[in-house]
Design a protein around this ligand. Structure first.
Ligand code: G1P
Length: 289
């Protein structure tokens, strides 16, 4: 079984649900507590043993590349002023040279198309996909839990969680066949079904482990929900050919692509932050009175 060494992180989206915050900055750089979203997702992948980070970017996303690079003036100034702790925090954001690669999605044709844009950088090996809108507060993170499951069952995996039936039209939804602990075998999956047509209330979370055979399917994938090339539609076809499991991971996930989810993430992670949790929890309590 080939190990999962690479993750595709699509970062070309416009962030329309959190406008105007994302009018002039990429939504992936929205801060949660003291770090941008993208940093959480890269950290989670690193904890899953992943060494190569492939970002599928688009126009106006250059600031993400700068985030993963040296900021010489800033670093020199911090050094000169002996701000050692802050300097160490800044230096921690810089990955090993060559670990992050970028490819560009030239038109917003959908998530399936964004993943397909990474095919040459992935080659012929299984890989992970992480959508940076969603961040995980739990350790081990969702990708670590999925890679562990992959090492047992192989094939392909998506992370899922239960949502109220009326919310199914916001997500990809699986059709479960049988369940063994936290793993569900599926008969298929469907993108953004109306609640009445949803095959279950298990929605797909933005974490995937996929075999490279997905690329052949994506290449010929027609437009689906919302007029976009949907990853879910090609995964549904792959499910007919190969083992495919949905994984119920332990821990909470925050959808920071929505205003409420972003606020919730800040509160939850702020309360867990070593430096801030004391004062922050006092403040939250004071606001509840
Ligand atoms: C995408 C996927 C969907 C998944 C969701 C998770 O949708 O297409 O299947 O449930 O991410 O965040 P999007 O949020 O891009 O509409």
């Amino acid at each position: 079984m080939k190990p999962i060494r690479k993750v595709v992180i699509p970062v070309a989206g416009l962030g329309t649900r959190v406008l105007p915050a994302t009018k002039s900055i990429p939504k992936e750089l929205l801060p949660v507590v003291d770090r941008p979203l993208i940093d959480y997702v890269v950290d989670e992948a690193r904890d899953a043993g992943i060494e190569n980070f492939i970002l599928v970017t688009g126009r106006g996303k250059g600031a993400i590349e700068d985030y993963f690079d040296h900021a010489y003036e800033l670093e020199a100034t911090l050094k000169e002023k002996s701000k050692t702790k802050i300097l160490a925090d800044v230096e921690k954001t810089i990955p090993t040279a060559g670990a992050v690669s970028y490819t560009r999605q030239q038109a917003p044709l959908g998530l399936g198309h964004a993943v397909w844009c990474a095919r040459e950088l992935i080659g012929d090996e299984p890989f992970a996909v992480s959508l940076p809108d969603e961040i995980v507060s739990h350790r081990p993170g969702f990708l670590r839990q999925m890679v562990d499951a992959y090492e047992k069952v192989g094939g392909n995996l998506v992370a899922v969680e239960e949502v109220p039936q009326e919310d199914t039209s916001k997500y990809g939804v699986i059709a479960p066949k049988s369940r063994d602990g936290n793993l569900i075998e599926m008969t298929g999956m469907v993108e953004k079904p109306a609640p009445a047509d949803a095959p279950s209330n298990f929605r797909i979370i933005g974490r995937y482990v996929l075999q490279p055979d997905i690329f052949k399917l994506l290449e010929n994938q027609g437009k689906g929900a919302g007029g976009e090339i949907q990853l879910t539609d090609s995964m549904n076809s792959l499910n007919e050919q190969q083992a495919f499991h949905a994984c119920i991971c332990e821990g909470g996930i925050y959808d920071c692509g929505s205003k409420l989810g972003w606020l919730q993430a800040n509160v939850a992670l702020g309360l867990k932050n070593k430096e801030l949790s004391g004062d922050f929890s006092d403040y939250i309590r004071s606001q509840m009175k």
